[in-house]
Design a protein around this ligand. Sequence first.
Ligand code: CP3
Length: 347
Amino acid sequence: MKRSPNLTHPRRMLQALGGEAISPPPIWLMRQAGRYLPEYRATRTQAGGFLDLCYRPDLAAEVTLQPIRRYGFDAAILFADILIVPDALGRRVRFLEGEGPQLEPLRTRDDIARLDRKASAAKYAIIAETVQRLRQDLPSETTLIGFCGAPWTVATYMIGGAGSSDQAAARTFAYRDPEGFQQLIDVLVETSADYLAGQVAAGADALQIFDSWAGNLPEDEYRRWIIAPTKALMAALQARGVKCPVIGFPRGNPLHLDEYLAATGVAAIGCDTTVTLATMKSLAAKTTVQGNLDPLLLVAGGGRMDARIDELVGALRERPFVFNLGHGIVPETPPEHVARLVDRVRR
Ligand code: CP3
């Protein structure tokens, strides 16, 4: 229906991202490599720290492959993190056991001026090596997804120093000094484009931009800090010759999805758990949609989960659709519920 449909492509996920309705729909899950899998926990212990795991191409490739071996997902997502970018730019990033990430908070324009785009290349090269290994080791029918955090979401961690439910530090910074904040966004756009272009050159065949904290902005700020930077990142990718499909995932505000899609030109929209079936259907008349089973329904399992899986697959059967969760798998998820989900989608 759009964008050079390729009906003969052996990777079903890429067919769906090209705008085809595929039955059964391709499936992968955000955070499909992670603590709910005992084999992940074992490799993570072997690596030591979380960033040590991200910067070990052999081990990062191994944990990326673990869920593919278990479940045969249609896509693998590179194992890394959205906070690789601030780390590569020279900010201090730490992952404390059970507490989530902590960064040295960025306070001033001087801090922004000191971000070191040149130094980032060495760390991005390590991640690209993971991608290279994966492209060799993955089954040929498995799509390999590269990713980064969207500029806004990465900026919220850099300014706040940690995740927060309202992103107060970044929002206040952006109101007090919009030009300074724009300088930070500009650096993040360019460095993220370098990072993603490197992943594609190494063998990634689709990309996802995670805007996990897009939900709390008033409409003008949503345009300025979510839509405009994503559009700029898409243009920066094009300028670097990147042609692969990009999935946008602006989480937390379903009212802006049409505008986000029209302005950014992403190939697919990731839908969080709050997006209604009616909205997913209407978006899917224009583009590929991905989502949106509640990760907690995957923890609970049982008849409610089965019913919702059937409802999603049924509603989007004739449309370009990629089955996924509305947010990442949580550590409490029983691995056998994931097996049941995959079976049911493919039945
Ligand atoms: O399997 C995959 O999806 C690929 C790998 C991946 C990770 N993080 C691994 C990870 C991806 C795509 C991410 C994206 C990411 N990282 C996002 C965007 C998606 C989202 O969840 O909203 C965000 C906001 C981050 C930042 C981040 N990294 C947080 C907030 C945390 C702590 C929360 C937690 O679950 O512990 C991380 C750590 C992290 N990233 C883990 C994994 C598997 C767990 C760390 C561990 O092993 O101890």
